[in-house]
Design a protein around this ligand. Sequence first.
Ligand SMILES: Cc1ncc(COP(=O)(O)O)c(C=O)c1O
Length: 443
Amino acid sequence: MAGGNDKPFTIEVSARIKRLPPYLFSRINALKAAKRHAGHDVIDLGMGNPIDPSPDFVIDKLSEAAHDPRNHRYSVSIGLYNLRREVARKYKRRYGVDLDPETEIVATIGSKEGFSHLMLALLGAGDTVVVGDPAYPIHVYAVALAGGNVISVPLGNDEAFLQRIEHVLKNLFPRPKLLILNFPHNPSAMTVDPLFYQQTVALAKKYGVLVISDFAYGETCFDGYQAPSFLAIPGGKDVGVEFSTMSKPYNMAGWRVGFCCGNSEMVRALSTIKGYYDYGHFAPIQIAGILALRNGDDFVRRQAEIYQKRRDVLISGLRKIGWEVESPRASMFVWARVSDKHLAGQGTIDFSLRLLDEADVAVAPGRGFGDNGEGFVRIAMVENELRIKQALRQMDAYLNGKKKIQRPTKLGTGANATTAPDSSGAAHTEYSVEHDQSNIIGG
Ligand SMILES: Cc1ncc(COP(=O)(O)O)c(C=O)c1O
């Protein structure tokens, strides 16, 4: 070896990376990839990655703006002023909220990036954050990466949930610094009404805790329900910020455009970090984004209607299969309790592996979102109605033994993967940088 030193060359990653909790989706992602590689038509309802196209008029604007060389330079990390102004207009139009584009709005490279960097901007080693369980995993990972600690509280959308949070705020020392909320919720699709946020603001003021509202599904609502914005509650802006995104309502997930709005000190902290780390989006994306925000209300409404129809198909099919499922009034997900008969004594990670292997249908196991997710699977409404019906037929055939499914090849997942109860500790303790975690937990 060079230099005559025959010690193996090792790469020591940071303690920060090693603090990441186990990545519970890696076996499912690996099996899904292997099945596809072998030619199986996997119906993927695990990923929350919209399949429907972005609006044509937005794509046209992107293309036009991309031809202008003035747009090829570095942009600004906080987002073009006109983009932030358009966000302010939309908040006013939709929620009656006044926002100052200069001080109360920052554009982010998707809300996930913004959220993660806000954690870095607000947290130091030893700071504590209260998060519901189950949770969208980045709400836990980003805190860990920023050096903070997570206190998980069983999720709810009512006074009992707020009481559990209050109990923590009252009794934990040092007192938690942040409370993370996410309604409509991923993965559970839980929603809240404005009263819940009024009580949250009172709690935040009483205990001096900051609130982050992740509003990714705020515009994906059904049956006339309109999810409340945290910022529309009097006092909301005093204590917190809200993240919104163009990924879900406009089918623009790959464009990576999100926003952090609200409390000017928190927005400033995030803008400062971003000023060091990035130069903002490619300007044509921002210009197209302005047009989407300005003229896309009908598109957003129609897209929500598409999800609502898929929801109806999915809910009635799952009930026929024998599962007791609640029909969600928002989000892209159905959060379904798997019947005991079909779980057959397994945890949801092994159940989901089995379902993928035997029925060619991918769902996200609830256990991957926290201990309280066990017993549930998250089914994303990201395929069209026909494909969802096909997935339901395949699930029914496999789970209820209605008929044999014809598939081109059979891939074994190994006795351990298909028959053993969940071994979600040691078997999954690797942190996983090579997996694109957003693939299954995103959305
Ligand atoms: C609750 C929640 N927040 C944030 C995100 C990330 O959205 P974005 O594409 O804006 O980063 C998602 C989806 O992936 C999500 O489900």
